[in-house]
Ligand binder design. Structure first.
Ligand SMILES: NC(=O)c1ccc[n+]([C@@H]2O[C@H](COP(=O)([O-])OP(=O)(O)OC[C@H]3O[C@@H](n4cnc5c(N)ncnc54)[C@H](O)[C@@H]3O)[C@@H](O)[C@H]2O)c1
Length: 380
């Protein structure tokens, strides 16, 4: 095996995504043949003891308690941003200015304005960049993208997607602070729109092209919640649920729904695309499968088929086990890392870049605006 060049990673944040990404950085070199080998150099987190625990568990060489120290270090090549959304812009711009590669969790930013500054910073610094819209990297979803791009579905008429959860129905769930920053509009930027629907929008535009205009209905079911930091009841500024209808630039119609009030649903992401010659359906709870309808099959045998996406010629699967053996949620992050590192060698960047992910932030802004004004909004 050829000696690999090191790629020194600086991780910021050690929560849910800090773990998902650390797992991906650690595993990727075992399964993918890449020119660079990620080295877990440092993790930045405010609580030293917890950061040290995290570093010991995941194999980071060192710990810093201020992300600015991490960015100032010469031995960091890539900064991985796994902190709440209100910190994305400041960290990403500082990292780009320091000449670091920047990988940022989604949504890129709280607003289009913030996102535009981030795009400008990484493009001015000419540093490789990626936003972690990881569902693009679920092989079954990648397969749908590839087959739609081949033209096999013909003209596309409909795209619909939902992302449903139920964890904020209890009005005693606080807003703000660790774990519940998603309910605080200052930290999150928006509610389900930036958190959940953003995934659906990113995948949709990747598969079916841009969205031109939309009409959205948003709702905040619980109007006041205790703020975890102040201990006081405060107005809730996020959207608890959003339903959107839109036009795609290719003339097809889109329908999206996202909520944290769908009792019984924990994280159900479903998508469906209907074309003249065929349709696909996928859902996150059966992520290795796609349902496929091929209208060209002769009449009596025509019907929905269920494809288990585990063959060696399916996207990314040749790198894992043998046909018939499934993979999981965490593998989507490994694939994102693999494509990112591959892109460093080939010069073709992994997607979505900051610029590509900004399009999703624009759609999210339009959803919030339409929800407030109850009017159709063009996506600028
Ligand atoms: N791609 C996905 O599917 C997905 C899933 C979950 C979250 N996310 C995104 O990932 C990001 C993080 O979400 P999460 O679920 O991991 O959150 P989390 O609450 O689990 O973790 C956030 C981490 O940020 C740290 N943090 C907060 N302020 C900090 C600061 N000033 N300096 C250093 N560390 C700080 C916290 O201590 C914690 O370790 C968010 O942008 C979120 O939208 C993406």
């Amino acid at each position: 095996m050829m000696a690999k060049k090191p790629l020194n990673i600086g991780m910021i944040g050690y929560g849910f995504m800090g773990r998902a990404h650390s797992n991906a950085w650690r595993k990727v070199g075992n399964f993918f043949d890449l020119e660079y080998q990620p080295v877990l150099k440092a993790v930045a987190a405010r609580n030293k003891a917890k950061a040290e625990d995290f570093a010991a568990r995941w194999g980071y060489e060192s710990v810093v308690t201020d992300w600015k120290q991490l960015i100032a270090r010469d031995d960091i090549d890539a900064v991985d941003i796994c902190v709440p959304n209100d910190l994305h812009m400041e960290i990403a711009i500082a990292a780009a200015k320091a000449g670091k590669m920047v990988l940022c969790e989604k949504p890129l930013a709280r607003t289009t304005k913030e996102g535009e500054k981030m795009v400008a910073a990484v493009e001015k610094a000419k540093v490789p960049n990626l936003v972690w819209y990881n569902y693009r990297y679920v092989p079954a979803v990648t397969l749908i993208k590839q087959i739609v791009a081949s033209g096999k579905l013909g003209r596309i008429f409909h795209y619909r997607a939902n992302f449903l959860q139920d964890w904020t129905i209890n009005p005693d769930v606080p807003q703000g602070g660790a774990g519940t920053w998603r309910l605080d509009v200052e930290a999150a930027g928006s509610g389900v729109t930036g958190d959940l629907l953003a995934h659906c929008i990113d995948t949709a535009m990747w598969i079916n092209g841009g969205i031109s205009d939309l009409s959205a209905m948003t709702e905040t079911f619980v109007k006041k919640r205790k703020h975890a930091e102040t201990g006081k009841m405060a107005a809730v500024g996020i959207d608890d649920a959003a339903a959107v209808m839109c036009h795609f630039e290719n003339g097809s119609l889109g329908l999206f729904e996202s909520t944290r009030y769908a009792r019984g649903h924990k994280a159900l992401y479903t998508l469906e695309i209907n074309g003249e010659k065929g349709s696909f359906i996928w859902n996150l709870h059966d992520l290795n499968r796609v349902s496929w309808f091929d209208h060209s099959v002769e009449g009596q045998l025509r019907g929905w088929s269920s494809i288990l996406v585990t063959d060696g010629d399916h996207p990314y699967l040749g790198k894992w086990w043998v046909p018939g053996l499934t993979i999981g949620y965490e593998h989507s992050f490994v694939h994102a890392v693999a494509d990112f590192i591959e892109g460093l060698s080939t010069g073709t960047p992994a997607s979505p870049t900051f610029r590509e992910a900004l399009e999703t932030t624009k759609v999210c802004d339009a959803i919030i605006k339409s929800g407030k004004t109850r009017k159709w909004v063009s996506v600028a």
